[in-house]
Design a protein around this ligand. Structure first.
Ligand code: CAA
Length: 381
């Protein structure tokens, strides 16, 4: 059987960042609640000329620069921060990257799980024709109401992932564990720019989905817990990965300690929640911060509120050895906001009845230029 999986992965984020210590100083919350209690240090904040398209295109540009376009006939864009009810955000990326017309483009949605759904669809396409490669983009902006418990877990980021045969980084294994249930833990109605969340329910729904998906993985012939060397989780905030690992240890009766949790949290602690991109930021973080993983098996837990979840496994390939951390310098280059500046940006809403010209702020290769006749316009910077 052809080995199929992640051939390359690149992350992107925003122009701005908010330090959670600054938020804590304003709200009077103990900064350790954010740093230790949630496991978060900062969160990314988009400039007015940035969004899921500009982040996704920036990440994808790096992947295509390294790997070329050969065989790419599909672009799947996973997001829960859609910018249009009808048109896929990936169509704008298609234009920005100058992709040929012979590329199908579609958007996939199921909360934070969408990136994994896109990867599974991509694997199916490559399985049918191993000469094809699929560009998957997972890109999101996590927004909660100001002064809500979710506020410190906001964030933004994108992951561009190239799915191919004989992958350089991770071969995804065929057995997979699934768990879906209709639950009102987190959702965003069409008329709301912020999510509605029942925080405590969302945590228990996540953990129950994880054990449910784990049971299904076992039923599908997946590996025993002792045959998995590193576990990487969807990280709405990095403490959630700690909770998940502790629950899995208790559930399986195998001591897992905190192995791999710090390595998998390096980027996520600073991005904040990147929804569909969060798990894959964790994957990149592990590959970039841990050596000697070649031949080792990763377990990946993907959770999308509402809820759909999947436990998948993959074996690290030799190409991972050449990865180094270049994303920390990208995170370091973000421009800090004061709390009042962040609040002003948070309150900003695009008018629906007039054209918009956005201020030039981003230093990324692409920008959201504005709205003309209700149609969004993007450009190379
Ligand atoms: N020092 C150290 N730790 C402290 C502290 C201090 N001074 N003060 C509090 N803490 C700890 C608490 O003990 C608690 O730890 P445990 O979780 O281990 O018990 C932690 O900080 C959080 O504090 P609270 O329990 O008071 O919780 P909160 O009211 O701040 O809400 C939250 C936390 C529910 C996660 C909230 O941030 C939220 O609603 N977030 C959005 C929803 C979310 O991320 N849910 C996760 C699962 S759903 C999902 O994964 C999908 C998704 O992406 C949204």
């Amino acid at each position: 059987m052809t080995a199929i999986g992640i051939h390359d992965i690149e992350l992107a984020s925003t122009h701005h960042v908010l330090d959670l210590a600054a938020l804590a100083a304003t709200t009077g919350v103990d900064p350790d609640k954010y740093r230790i209690g949630l496991g978060q240090d900062e969160f990314s904040v988009p400039a007015p000329d940035e969004d899921i398209v500009t982040m996704g295109a920036t990440a994808a540009l790096a992947v295509l620069d390294r790997n070329g376009l050969e065989g790419v006939r599909t672009l799947l864009f996973a997001t829960e921060s859609g910018i249009d009810h009808s048109k896929a955000a990936g169509v704008f990326v298609h234009q920005l990257l100058g992709l040929p017309p012979q590329v199908r483009v579609a958007e996939i949605k199921q909360a934070c799980y969408g990136g994994t759904a896109a990867i599974q669809a991509a694997i199916g396409i490559v399985q049918r024709n191993p000469r094809e490669r699929v560009l998957v983009i997972a890109s999101d902006v996590a927004r909660y109401a100001l002064d809500s418990p979710g506020e410190p877990t906001q964030g933004a980021g994108a992951a561009a992932i190239l799915i191919a045969a004989d992958p350089a980084l991770i071969e995804i294994e065929p057995a997979t564990g699934l768990f879906s249930a209709n639950v009102d833990d987190f959702w965003r109605p069409n008329d709301s720019s912020t999510a509605i969340v029942d925080g405590k329910l969302s945590i228990s729904a996540y953990l129950d989905a994880m054990t449910g998906a784990w049971d299904d993985l076992a039923a599908q012939g997946g590996p025993a817990i002792s045959a998995i060397n590193r576990l990487i989780y969807h990280q709405p905030y990095t403490k959630m990965a700690r909770k998940a690992q502790a629950r899995l240890a208790e559930y399986t009766g195998v001591e897992l300690g905190d192995a791999g949790l710090a390595e998998g949290a390096v980027y996520n602690r600073r991005l904040g929640n990147a929804y569909t991109a969060s798990l894959y930021a964790g994957v990149a973080s592990v590959l970039d911060h841990e050596s000697g993983l070649t031949g080792k098996r990763l377990g990946l837990f993907s959770y999308g509120s509402g809820s759909v979840s999947e436990f998948l496994t993959g074996v690290v390939q030799t190409g991972a050895e050449s990865r180094t951390d270049h994303f920390t310098s990208v995170l370091d280059s973000r421009v800090p906001l004061s709390v009042p500046e962040y609040r002003e940006l948070h309150a900003r809403a695009l008018p629906s009845d007039t054209d918009v010209v956005t201020p030039r702020v981003t230093a990324a290769p692409f920008r959201f230029a504005g709205i003309e006749g209700r149609a969004r316009r993007y450009e190379r910077r």
